[in-house]
Design a protein around this ligand. Structure first.
Ligand SMILES: *[C@@H]1O[C@H](CO)[C@@H](O)[C@H](O)[C@H]1NC(C)=O
Length: 256
């Protein structure tokens, strides 16, 4: 899991439509912070023009303005200050997140349901819901035969339940084809591996119930009728012998 702490500093001059902002990112992939990075990027009108990356260790410019600033900052005290930011700002804050937030992560309960069944020309609608998780950062997506689905997906934001827990929902509209596998995947701090819930085949729940009841009735019918037939056979052995006895003498008479 990748952890990103982000801070945005913005200065907007709305009247002229110019905006300047700076984004600070603390990035870490493991709780021992061994691979953590401090990145700060300066934007002008949404375009990044200058960046300091703690792994690189100096400013890099992307535009004329950025290159000029990089030269200036790399000579002055700015770059010295930036080189200390990973230890001063990022590591303590990342540590706080690891020890006080991620260790309190609560796993979501996931439900995969059919909202609308497919009928001639109309696609089916599946809904995947995750309930009761914490922290709110979560990734929910769909797989179709192992491939990430990019279209016909509508998802909500993480929604606060008001009790520190969150929920999120995603809809997938799809036209079922036989043999294909649809899964809802959730990635969250509470689980090292992605949580995968497979859609239970081509029959929606209600249809599966009907098929089950029908099949059970059919099996029960066969059992009862077999039992009835065996009971009848056992109860009336004499009748069959009597009738065969009736035929025999007449056969004898005929040949006589
Ligand atoms: C920071 O720089 C290193 C080394 O060039 C690079 O591997 C890493 O991806 C950069 N980080 C970001 C977030 O750009």
């Amino acid at each position: 899991m990748i952890l990103i702490l982000q801070l945005l500093l913005a200065l907007s001059l709305r009247a002229d439509g110019y905006s300047w902002y700076q984004v600070l990112d603390c990035i870490s992939r493991s709780s021992d912070l061994s691979d953590s990075e401090y990145i700060t990027t300066y934007y002008f009108n949404k375009d990044p023009f200058l960046r300091f990356n703690s792994t690189v260790g100096e400013f890099v410019g992307y535009t004329e303005l950025g290159v000029k600033n990089a030269e200036l900052f790399n000579k002055g005290p700015e770059v010295q200050r930036m080189r200390g930011e990973l230890e001063r700002y990022c590591k303590p804050n990342l540590q706080l997140v690891y020890t006080h937030i991620l260790d309190k992560a609560v796993k979501p309960k996931i439900r995969l349901t059919s909202e609308k069944q497919a009928s001639q020309g109309h696609p089916a609608l599946l809904m995947c819901s995750a309930y009761g998780f914490y922290p709110p950062a979560i990734d929910m997506y769909w797989l179709r035969d192992g491939e990430k689905v990019t279209s016909d997906v509508v998802s909500t934001e993480e929604m606060a339940d008001g009790n520190w827990y969150y929920q999120i929902h995603s809809h997938l509209e799809y036209t079922p084809t036989s043999g294909e596998k649809i899964s809802c995947v959730v990635e969250h701090a509470s689980s090292k591996k992605p949580i995968i819930v497979d859609w239970g085949g081509s029959f929606p729940d209600s249809d599966r119930d009907k098929i089950f009841i029908g099949a059970s009735g059919f099996v029960l019918g066969i059992i009862l009728s077999t039992a009835g037939f065996l009971y009848y056979k056992k109860k009336s052995p004499g009748q069959i012998r009597e009738s065969s006895a009736d035929i025999d003498p007449s056969g004898v008479l005929m040949s006589d």
